[in-house]
Design a protein around this ligand. Structure first.
Ligand code: XMP
Length: 514
C-alpha cells in the first residue's frame, strides 16, 4: 500500500487516484495520524500531499521527522515538499516568489529518478507563496523555475523525493510520468494492482463476513448499488436478496432493465416492488420541491422496510446484513472511519421488531467511481448499467416543476427517452455528465402545429459537463443534435410545443431544477 498523507482534501483524493491509475494500491490517511500509526500500516511508500497552508503559519499541519528516517520511500508534493525541506534542514521562506497556475519548469538533472525521459522544459501546475531556497543536506536539486531555485529535489540513497508543484493535476503534462517514476524507480513498486484483485479479495472478505447468514441489498438502478450487489451475489449467491422499489418516477425502460439485464448478468434473487400507486397518491397536490423530496424519501424507506420484513419472514437463515454501495470518496469525506457501522433497520419507521440490527457490507468502500465501473464491467454487468449517467434518487419527481401526476410522468418519460436516444446516437454520452430533461408543467405557451393553435408545455434540456457534480457547466453540444431532439419531442410528445435549452452553469444554478 502507498499511503497518501492528506494535508488538504481535494489534492489527496486526486493523488490517490493517480497512484491507482499507475496500478499501485493507495489509501488516504489524515495528516493528524501519528507517524508510528502510519508506519504500522507497513506502507511501501508514502506521498505527502499539497495543502492550503504555509509551513510557518500558526497551526499549520506538521510532520514528525521520524517519517523520513524510517527507510520508507517518501514523495512530497507542494506543501508536502516544503514540509520535507524544513524537517530535514532545508530553507523555505517567503521570498515574494509566488507562483499560481501554469509555470514552466526547467529540469536540471536529466537522469534524475523522477525526471528521466521527460523534457528539459515542461509545464507544471504551481500554487504556492513560500518557496524553497536551499535543499536539505544530501539532496540534489533536480529542477527550478524562473523564480524558485529549488522546485524539485531528491536523495536517492534515502529514497526521498519532492517537487514544489502539483504533479497530480492534468496541467502538469508529465506529472503522471514523474509520479510513476517515483513509484516504480524510487520505491521499486510494480504496477500490478487491478480491479480483478479487488473482486477476488472482496469475494473472500464478503464470504468471511456473511458466513451462512443472509443479506439484503437495495437496488436503485444506479451504478454503485448494482455493482455492490453483483459483487456480493458472486460471493454468496442465493443468500442475497436484492430489493428494487419501483416508485413510478423512473425513466422509460429503467425498471425493465434492472429486472432483465441485472438478473441476466448476475443471477441474483430480485424482489421488485411496484409502489407507483402509493407514491402518486402521496405526491398528489404537492408542488413544493423540498416537500416532494421528503415525501419520496419517506415512502421509499417505508416500502423498502416492508420488503425487508417480508424477506425476514421467509424461511431460511438469519438476515443479518445490509449491502450498500458506499464509495471511497464518501468514506474519506465523512472522516474516514474504518470498521462496520451498525444501523437499526427501524430508524425511520416502526413496524420491525426492536431487536433487529443489520451489519453493513460495503464492498466498494475502497474504490473510486471509475474503478467501480471497471469492477462492474469485469463482473459482466452490461454497459447500460455500468456506464450510466447519474440519476437522482427522487427520479422524475423532481424533474416535473409543478404537481406530479401520472399523465405528466408519462409525457416526461417520452421526452426524456427521445433526448437520451439522440444523445447516445450522437455519441455524446461520455462528454455529457448528465442531461436532465425537465417538464415545466405549470407553464404553457402558444404554438402552432398542423395549422392549428396549440397551448402546450415547454420541455427544458439541461446538458451539463462536470467532474463531480459539485460544479458544472452547460455543455456546448452540437446544434444539429439539439435540433433533432427538439423536432422529435415536439412531433412525438403530445402537449409539448416548445423545447428550450438551459444555459446556466452551477453555480448559480444547480444541475436538477428542484
Ligand atoms: P444538483 O441538482 O444538486 O445535483 O446540482 C447534483 C447531482 O446530484 C444528483 N442528485 C441526486 N442524487 N438523490 C440522488 O441520489 C437526490 O436526491 C439527488 N438530487 C440531485 C443530480 O442528478 C446531480 O447528479
Amino acid at each position: 500500500t502507498v499511503l497518501v498523507v492528506d494535508f488538504g482534501a481535494q489534492y489527496a483524493q486526486l493523488i490517490a487516484r493517480r497512484v491507482r491509475e499507475a496500478r499501485v494500491y493507495s489509501e488516504i490517511v489524515p495528516s493528524t495520524m501519528p507517524v508510528e500509526e502510519m508506519l504500522a500500516k507497513n506502507p511501501a511508500a508514502i506521498i505527502l500531499s499539497g495543502g492550503p497552508s504555509s509551513v510557518y503559519a500558526e497551526g499549520a499541519p506538521s510532520l514528525d521527522r521520524a517519517l523520513f528516517d524510517a527507510g520508507v520511500p517518501v514523495f512530497g508534493m507542494c506543501y508536502g515538499f516544503q514540509l520535507m525541506a524544513t524537517a530535514l534542514g532545508g530553507t523555505v521562506d517567503d521570498n515574494g516568489a509566488r507562483e499560481y497556475g501554469r509555470t514552466p519548469l526547467t529540469v536540471s538533472k536529466a537522469d534524475s529518478t523522477l525526471f528521466e525521459g521527460t523534457p528539459a522544459e515542461q509545464p507544471v501546475w504551481m500554487s504556492h507563496g513560500d518557496a524553497c531556497s536551499a535543499a536539505p543536506e544530501g539532496f540534489t536539486v533536480t529542477a527550478s523555475t524562473d523564480v524558485v531555485p529549488v522546485a524539485a529535489f531528491e536523495n536517492d540513497e534515502k529514497k526521498l523525493y519532492g517537487v514544489q508543484y502539483h504533479p497530480e493535476v492534468m496541467h502538469s503534462t508529465h506529472g503522471q510520468q514523474v509520479l510513476e517514476h517515483f513509484l516504480y524507480r524510487g520505491a521499486g513498486l510494480k504496477p500490478d494492482w487491478t480491479t480483478g484483485n479487488v473482486i477476488e479479495e472482496q469475494v473472500a472478505a464478503i464470504r468471511a463476513q456473511v458466513g451462512d447468514k443472509r443479506a439484503i441489498c437495495g437496488l436503485s438502478g444506479g451504478v454503485d448499488s448494482a455493482v455492490a450487489a453483483a459483487l456480493v451475489q458472486k460471493a454468496i449467491g442465493s443468500q442475497l436478496t436484492c430489493v428494487y422499489v419501483d416508485h413510478g418516477l423512473m425513466r422509460k425502460g429503467e425498471t425493465e432493465q434492472v429486472e432483465k439485464d441485472f438478473v441476466a448478468a448476475t443471477g441474483a434473487n430480485l424482489k421488485v416492488v411496484d409502489a407507483s400507486e402509493r407514491f402518486l397518491k402521496a405526491l398528489a397536490g404537492v408542488s413544493d420541491p423540498e416537500t416532494k423530496r421528503k415525501i419520496i424519501g419517506r415512502e421509499f424507506i417505508r416500502v423498502f422496510e416492508q420488503a425487508q420484513l417480508e424477506i425476514l419472514q421467509e424461511d431460511g437463515p438469519e438476515v443479518a446484513f445490509l449491502v450498500q454501495g458506499t464509495l471511497y470518496p464518501d468514506v474519506v469525506e465523512s472522516g474516514g472511519g474504518t470498521g462496520t457501522a451498525n444501523i437499526k433497520s427501524h430508524h425511520n419507521v416502526g413496524g420491525l421488531p426492536d431487536d433487529i440490527e443489520f451489519e453493513l457490507v460495503e464492498p466498494l468502500r475502497k474504490l473510486f467511481k471509475d474503478e467501480v465501473r471497471m469492477v462492474g464491467a469485469e463482473l459482466g454487468l452490461p454497459d447500460e448499467i455500468v456506464q450510466r449517467q447519474p440519476f437522482p434518487g427522487p427520479g422524475l419527481g423532481i424533474r416535473i416543476v409543478g404537481e406530479v401526476t401520472k399523465e405528466r410522468l408519462d409525457l416526461l418519460r417520452e421526452a426524456d427517452a427521445i433526448a437520451r436516444e439522440e444523445l447516445t446516437a450522437a455519441g455524446l454520452d461520455r462528454e455529457i455528465w448528465q442531461c436532465p430533461v425537465v417538464l415545466l408543467a405549470d407553464v404553457r405557451s402558444v404554438g402552432v402545429q398542423g395549422d392549428g393553435r396549440t397551448y402546450g408545455h415547454p420541455i427544458v434540456l439541461r446538458p451539463v459537463s462536470s467532474e463531480d457534480a459539485m460544479t458544472a457547466d452547460w455543455t456546448r453540444m452540437p446544434y444539429e443534435t439539439l435540433a433533432k431532439i427538439s423536432t422529435r419531442i415536439t412531433n412525438e410528445v403530445a402537449d409539448v410545443n416548445r423545447v428550450v435549452l438551459d444555459v446556466t452553469s452551477k453555480p448559480p444554478g444547480t444541475i436538477e431544477w428542484e
